[in-house]
Design a protein around this ligand. Sequence first.
Ligand code: HEC
Length: 99
Amino acid sequence: MKKLLVAAMTTGVLMSASAHAIEEPAKAKTCVGCHGADGNSMVPNFPKLAGQHASYLEKQLKDFRDGFRKDATMVPFAKGLSDQEIKDLAAYYAAQTAK
Ligand code: HEC
């Protein structure tokens, strides 16, 4: 019984390790407060980013940054991002598992 539990736990650890294979971009630190550490926000007002398509996330971030999508809360955080930072953030959140 104990062995089985350990095996199950080890598998869980390995699986979550592979789900986080992409390193967290430095800029993600500024998103944690609203969208959660792995893109799974705890509050319904803040959309979950985990597991969404990278191309979708990339477009939304550029739209916020460039003024095509408006939101008083979100826009200030998209404003300072470069194209590369947006790409990295989108890839990171797309690789997370939605909970
Ligand atoms: C102060 C809270 C807050 C912070 C910090 C924040 N966001 Fe947001 N974000 C929001 C809110 C609120 C929305 C929903 C806006 C709307 O309804 O249009 C949103 C929407 C988004 C969306 C669109 C999601 C969708 O499903 O369309 C993306 C992508 C996103 N945020 C990424 C980020 C990233 C990346 C960062 C860090 C650089 C970040 N956010 C920081 C509050 C925040």
